[in-house]
Design a protein around this ligand. Structure first.
Ligand code: GRF
Length: 203
């Protein structure tokens, strides 16, 4: 059984979409573990309600050791794919080496727009609206040493309307995130991707 580990920091609506897609049979995977860098994340509650093991590694307690602690847990549990879903800490070190092209992230913009340091949550949508873009969306990409810089797997676009607030745009994008992330997980679980430098090809 293809095992995934999901990393969260907050509400976990993307985690919930993965849970729902496992339960529906769309994803032939097991969510082996949920790891949060915040003990108050509601996503922990979502996991526990679904009978999924969850552990909090508060970033203020683990600091620079967070990535190594995550590596220890996912290795012990033989996780095949790590999914960062609303996860705010930056992964680094041995974890990125051992899990090269086995960590994916969901970002709420069409990368390379509105991404990188400080671009998370509502900041992303405020920047998109202030820039005046007519289209935004979400991106699922592999995680590498940078911030939101890994090869792109899936993107889904949404229109941006002149009367949109950041909150309205966030909701429109979030709905697409909940489609894109399970689709990307399915492609990987079924070994349907080839990565050639920056380009990800679907077999
Ligand atoms: C989402 O916009 C996601 O794209 C970003 O974090 C936000 C919250 O995600 N990475 P979730 O509801 O905690 O899954």
């Amino acid at each position: 059984m293809f095992k995934i580990g999901v990393l969260i920091s907050g509400g976990g609506t993307n985690l919930q979409s993965i849970i729902d897609n496992v339960n529906s049979g769309y994803l032939d995977c097991k969510i082996e573990i949920v790891i949060s860098d915040s003990e108050n994340a509601y996503g922990i509650e979502r996991a526990r309600k679904s009978g999924i093991d969850a552990v909090a590694l508060p970033k203020k307690q683990y600091g620079d050791a967070l990535s190594d602690e995550i590596l220890k847990i996912v290795s012990e549990r033989k996780v095949d794919l790590i999914v960062t879903a609303g996860f705010l800490s930056i992964l680094k070190g041995e974890l990125l080496k051992k899990y090269k092209n086995k960590i994916i992230n969901i970002h709420p913009s069409l990368i390379p727009s509105f991404c990188g340091k400080g671009m998370y949550g509502l900041n992303v949508h405020k920047a998109a609206i202030n820039y005046g873009v007519k289209t935004s969306g979400c991106t699922v990409h592999f995680v590498d040493e940078g911030t939101d810089t890994g090869p792109i797997i899936i993107q889904k676009a949404v229109p941006v309307f002149s009367d949109d607030t950041a909150e309205i745009l966030q909701k429109r994008v979030l709905d697409k995130e909940h489609e894109a992330l399970p689709e990307a997980i399915k492609l990987i679980a079924e070994d349907k991707l080839e990565v050639h430098d920056r380009r990800v090809l679907i077999k």
